[in-house]
Design a protein around this ligand. Structure first.
Ligand code: IPD
Ligand code: CA
Ligand code: CA
Length: 260
């Protein structure tokens, strides 16, 4: 069983590193861009990065299910499911803002086993394994010790429907600005979660994320001692549309701000 799990981990890390190296090679190069919505773009790099990851997984585990952002692989069903965001932070990548990553997670019967988030610009590899902790470049990480919201640095994001959605997160943003020391909008949900996991941020909330944005980062955060729920404190799954993540000490204070 141990060797079996090691093989999964190795494939996840190999796939994320390979896709990350490919993305880095394409920074600043000409990109072919397609609009999925008014402000939601996909580039040929997102698609090729996904192909690199999926090919690596299929080589070792051809019968596993895959849920990925850019293509539908639903024909194969299995208790093992890989959840993949080949490039989280596409808008940043498009503009040359160096905050984007590859996110790969493996679930078994909807339970997370392993997650990898790789930032190719900083060469930072975040990993988390169920029950075994979270790591940044193989060094154990943990959440921050901040206990007061007014001393915290938080992060959020806005979904691509921000111009039309009634619940566009702008009111929450204003409230947290007033309640915390600072709020950032960094542009990659997977990295946002990892930054809470290693104490660079103290809390993160966002609406309308997809499973591939959250799957790896959520496990990494929980393994680092953080907490994740929906906005009202109820249990979270990667299929939910609200995510509230924190260093756990700030969690109830953040729930109170969101419930006002
Ligand atoms: C996006 C990023 C962003 C978040 C958006 C996501 P993408 O993913 O994670 O931070 O605010 O909601 O869709 O499109 O760059 O993979
Ligand atoms: Ca994403
Ligand atoms: Ca993406």
């Amino acid at each position: 069983m141990a060797d079996f799990q090691k093989a999964h981990k190795q494939v996840a890390i190999e796939a994320a590193l390979k896709a990350g190296a490919y993305i880095k090679r394409n920074v600043g190069k000409h990109l072919s861009v397609r609009y999925k919505g008014e402000i939601n773009v996909v580039t040929h790099v997102d698609k090729n990065a996904e192909r690199i990851i999926v090919e690596r997984i299929k080589k070792s585990f051809p019968c596993h299910a895959i849920l990925a952002e850019e293509k539908n692989y639903a024909k194969v069903q299995s208790d093992f499911k890989w959840i993949i965001d080949p490039l989280d932070g596409t808008t940043n990548f498009l503009h040359g803002f160096p905050f984007f990553c590859v996110s790969v997670a493996l679930f078994h019967k909807e339970k997370p086993l392993f997650g990898v988030v790789y930032d190719p610009e900083k060469n930072e590899l975040f990993t988390g394994e169920c029950g075994k902790g979270a790591y940044l470049n193989r060094k154990r990480i943990g959440v921050s010790k901040i206990r007061e919201l007014k001393k915290s640095m938080l992060v959020t994001g806005f979904a691509y429907n921000v111009k039309s959605a009634r619940n566009n997160n702008i009111e929450n943003f204003t409230r947290f600005l007033k309640a915390s020391q600072a709020v950032r909008r960094a542009g990659s949900a997977a990295l946002d979660l990892c930054y809470v996991a290693c104490g660079r941020f103290d809390g993160f909330w966002e609406l309308y994320l997809n499973p591939w944005d959250m799957a790896a980062g959520a496990l990494i955060l929980e393994e680092a001692g953080g907490k994740i729920t929906q906005f009202d404190g109820s249990p979270f799954t990667v299929y939910d549309k609200e995510l509230l993540a924190s260093n756990s000490k700030l969690h109830s204070q953040m729930i109170r701000v969101l419930q006002r």
